[in-house]
Each structure stands twice: as structure tokens, then as C-alpha cells.
Design a protein around this ligand. Structure first.
Ligand code: GLU
Length: 508
């Protein structure tokens, strides 16, 4: 039996600069939530900051909770965020395999050692017996937990029974003493061993529990830092007991706080608790999300927008905040706009093209005309905060015909009840558009401004008519630049079509 009072050999202070081996160890039970991914961001940054390794390990020992396709989506999320891994399920590495269900012999070997040293024992209690025990504990208002009945079975008898009886293996927690653990952010955490029950380390299906599996793996994979959510703090003493009983050096534990919704409370989908792949669909740039997640709960002075390299340079894992951070969706969207404006036009236009490929109506020929995308991109780069805004803003460039917008679209404010005025104004615009030379934004605007004077109409009022006629909408990229791209012929056709539809309204 291991002594109950102990202090870890690691985790007592600063991370130092020795290359860290940090792992991200998701269970394939669905898409990882943002809090979980933020921990991966920090783990990755710590690995890169120290020149160490970032390792991905799939923790699939709870076979019942496995969701098909999860691993692909988890890896896809990391890839999208630019969190590259040095070892992992798909690429292998010196400590593979990196999927726990493929490492069962390692856990069985650890269990044998713990049985031999009497740090573990076989438990034959049936589900009914355990239920009855829990019931009793409830009735007597005692804390739940296994009471150690099977600990008393002599090992040779247990061996014999194990040949035919289903059973689990439990860790024998010392009855007395305390277990002292260290968390890099929280310092010393101490518990009385008497408050810990003999927890299961190997289930009856011969799969290990998380507790055992991650201890064995973190040791075998030479992990230096266990970064994970603070929901694992209550289990940490058990893990420390396991590390010690197996004679393994403890890693440095870094438990990160949760992310809260604005105003406190659980983060809901509306507040940003979406998967990474949904952020991709919603038009966020990976670099912006990466930057945002990093500074949600960690900070470097008042800096907000920082490049990946800057973050790698200045990230100090010790400075992760203990107070739960609030998820500020508005800030993320603002930051995304900043990143969009910083993106070189060619790169942004490629991103835009990829969205258009998916989102434009099927009658638009594919591949989408790249030269046109490159011409349009500078018109909207300053105006959008997410890529989701793009298609509705610019799809008219790809439509050879747009149905003339309904007359009521035009007949507002200045043009209310003045369909015939609007029709003739648009006819004048069409004529001017036919003549203006060269057909470029500058001369077009100049010509339209003088037409405003001739018609005694405010620029805003006339331009609204033109905008609706040419683009089919009230909000568009800059009007005259758009007209230049759409081309003279199409502009004239659309202006005449709109004029005709308004004339029809005004006809007696
Ligand atoms: N598989 C555990 C989870 O997804 C990992 C916890 C850890 O990082 O140790 O919560």
C-alpha cells in the first residue's frame, strides 16, 4: 500500500522553459465545445512557446458514449483553427497508438502491477448490491461511495472467483492520511483520503476508466503538463494516488476555468457555445477565433489583436486567469472584422470564392469566376465582419438577370406616390449610363451627380433608385464601383426594366 501522505515531484511552480509535452485528450462523444477547444489552444500555445510537442490522444474507453464521426470532426476543428499536432491518431508518433481503445494491454499491465502491490483489488459486487448500498447511504445521509466490501477478499480467492465471475478492479485508497496535489494555477490542493472511495480503474468489459487510462498514457507519452477543464479538479487526488502507486512522476496539472455567458451562467448556443465547424460556417476566420479564444481568460496587457506568432512568443501558461471568463460574442465579431480587413485581398477573395461556390444559386456556372471575385473583394473588405455576410451582399454580380424589384421597393420616402417621376428619373439615368465615357466609377459618379442637379433631386434619393435597380437591394457595395463591374450593358438593361415597371404602376 502506498503511503497516504505525499507531495508530487512536479507541479510546484513555474513551468520553466524546458520543451513541454502537452496533450489534448478529447473523448469522441460529439463536437468539442468552445471551453474545451480553448484549453486546446492554450495547450498548443504552451507547446509552441516552449519548443515542445502538442499531442492529440483520443480517449474512447467509454465505448457506449462514442459517437460515429466525432474523431474526424475533432481533428477537423483543430485543423481549422491551425492547431497542428506533432503526434496523434492519424499521424502516429513515438508513443503510439494515440487511441486508447488500441492501448488496452498497457492498462492491463498497470492493473496487474497495482493488484500485485495490493494497491488495487477485484470487486465482485453486483449492480443490485451497489444500488442497495447507495440506497442505504442516502437513507443514512452519508456521502455516496463504495465502502470497500471486496477489499477483504483474500487475493487468491479473488483470483479464483475472477475466472468465472464478472468483476471490476478498484483502486485501494489509503484509509488514512491526506493526498496533496498541486495545480500550477491554484497551488496546493489537499484532501483527506478518508473522503475518497475505492474507485473503479478497470471496468467489467476490461476497458479502463478515464482515471487509470489517462494516468498510464500521460506517463507513457512523457506528458509534462496536463491541461484540462476544472471539472477534473475533484478527481485530481485520485489521479495523484495512481501516479504515485505506479511509481510515475506526476505531471504538472493546469486546470482551466470554464467560460461563462455574458451576465454569468452557462454558455448557451446563442452566446457562442458552438462547435468550431459552426464558426467556420458562420463566416469566422480561424485566426480571429484562435486569437479570441486565447485572450478569453488569458491576457497580455491590454492587447487584443495579436498574431499567432506574437501569441506564441508571449504566451505564459502561468498567467491563465482563474476567474471564469465571459464569452464576448460582440468582441469576437468585431475582431473577425479586423482580421478580414488585415487579410491580403488575394487570400480573402479565395475565401470568398469558396463560399460563393457553395452558396450561389445552382444556375451560376462553377467554378465561380475568380477574376470577378477578385474585382469585387476590395469593394466589401472594409464593410463586412463575417464571411456569412458576403453572398447576400454580392450575389447580384453573378446573376445575369435579376427580376426587377417590386415597385414598392423604390417608392419610399422621396419617391412615395411618385412612380412616374421615379420611372422618368431612371430612364434619364439609363440614357446617361449608355453615354458616359469611359465607363468607370469616377466618370459615372460625376455624371450622376450632375443629373441630380438637372432633376433637382438629392444624390441620396437618386442613388437609392439606381442601387435598387442595378443590384436588386438597398444595401450594396459602393454603387459606382459595382456598376463598373456589372458592366454597361447589364446596368442599362436593369435600369430600363426598373423604369418600365414603375411606369406601369403610374399608368392610369
Ligand atoms: N477525455 C477527457 C475529456 O474529454 C480528457 C480530460 C483530460 O484532458 O485529461 O474530458
Amino acid at each position: 500500500m502506498t503511503s497516504g501522505s505525499m507531495t508530487g515531484s512536479a507541479g510546484t511552480g513555474g513551468a520553466g522553459e524546458r520543451p513541454a509535452r502537452v496533450r489534448y485528450a478529447p473523448s469522441p462523444t460529439g463536437d468539442p465545445h468552445v471551453g474545451n477547444i480553448r484549453t486546446a489552444v492554450w495547450a498548443w500555445l504552451h507547446a509552441r512557446h516552449t519548443g515542445g510537442q502538442f499531442i492529440v490522444r483520443i480517449e474512447d474507453t467509454d465505448q457506449a458514449r462514442k459517437i460515429e464521426g466525432s474523431v474526424e470532426r475533432i481533428l477537423g476543428s483543430l485543423e481549422w483553427l491551425g492547431l497542428d499536432w506533432d503526434e496523434g491518431p492519424d499521424i502516429g508518433g513515438p508513443f503510439g497508438p494515440y487511441v486508447q481503445s488500441e492501448r488496452l494491454p498497457l492498462y492491463h499491465e498497470a492493473v496487474e502491477r497495482l493488484l500485485a502491490s495490493r494497491d488495487a483489488y477485484r470487486c465482485f459486487c453486483t449492480a443490485e448490491e451497489l444500488d442497495a448500498m447507495r440506497e442505504r447511504q442516502r437513507a443514512e445521509k452519508r456521502p455516496p461511495g463504495y465502502e470497500g466490501k471486496c477489499r477483504a477478499i483474500p487475493p487468491t480467492e479473488a483470483e479464483e472467483r475472477a475466472k468465472s465471475e464478472p468483476h471490476v478492479i478498484r483502486f485501494a485508497v489509503p484509509d488514512e492520511g491526506t493526498t496533496v496535489c498541486h495545480d500550477l494555477l491554484r497551488g496546493r490542493i489537499e484532501v483527506e483520503n478518508s473522503t475518497l472511495d475505492d474507485f473503479v480503474i478497470l471496468k467489467s468489459d476490461r476497458y479502463p476508466t478515464y482515471h487509470l487510462a489517462h494516468v498510464v498514457d500521460d506517463h507513457a507519452m512523457e506528458i509534462t503538463h496536463v491541461t484540462r477543464g476544472d471539472e477534473w479538479i475533484p478527481s485530481m487526488p485520485r489521479h495523484c494516488l495512481l501516479f504515485d502507486a505506479l511509481g510515475y512522476e506526476r505531471p504538472i496539472f493546469v486546470h482551466t476555468s470554464i467560460i461563462l455567458a455574458p451576465g454569468g451562467g452557462k454558455l448557451s448556443k446563442r452566446h457562442g457555445a458552438k462547435s468550431m465547424l459552426e464558426y467556420a460556417e458562420d463566416g469566422y476566420l480561424p485566426d480571429a477565433v484562435f486569437n479570441f479564444l486565447c485572450i478569453t481568460g488569458w491576457g497580455y496587457g491590454d492587447e487584443t489583436v495579436m498574431s499567432r506568432q506574437q501569441l506564441i512568443d508571449v504566451f505564459e501558461i502561468e498567467n491563465i486567469g482563474l476567474n471564469p471568463a465571459t464569452f464576448d460574442m460582440e468582441k469576437l465579431t468585431w475582431m473577425n472584422g479586423v482580421y478580414i480587413r488585415q487579410t491580403p485581398v488575394e487570400e480573402l477573395s479565395e475565401m470568398i470564392a469558396r463560399r460563393l461556390e457553395v452558396e450561389l444559386p445552382p444556375d451560376v456556372p462553377r467554378p465561380v469566376d475568380r477574376a470577378l471575385v477578385e474585382a469585387v473583394t476590395p469593394l466589401i473588405q472594409e464593410r463586412i465582419q463575417t464571411l456569412a455576410e458576403v453572398t447576400p451582399l454580392i450575389d447580384f454580380f453573378w446573376q445575369s438577370e435579376i427580376a426587377p424589384p417590386p415597385p414598392e421597393e423604390f417608392l419610399q420616402k422621396r419617391w412615395k406616390d411618385r412612380a412616374s417621376d421615379a420611372a422618368s428619373a431612371l430612364e434619364r439615368v439609363a440614357a446617361a449610363t449608355e453615354e458616359v465615357e469611359p465607363f468607370e466609377a469616377g466618370p459615372l459618379e460625376e455624371r450622376m451627380r450632375s443629373l441630380c442637379e438637372e432633376l433637382e433631386v438629392k444624390a441620396g434619393d437618386l442613388f437609392t433608385l439606381i442601387r435598387i435597380a442595378v443590384t436588386g437591394r438597398r444595401v450594396s457595395p459602393p454603387l459606382f464601383e459595382s456598376m463598373e463591374i456589372v458592366g454597361r450593358g447589364v446596368c442599362v438593361d436593369r435600369l430600363r426594366a426598373a423604369s418600365a415597371s414603375l411606369a406601369a404602376v403610374s399608368a392610369p
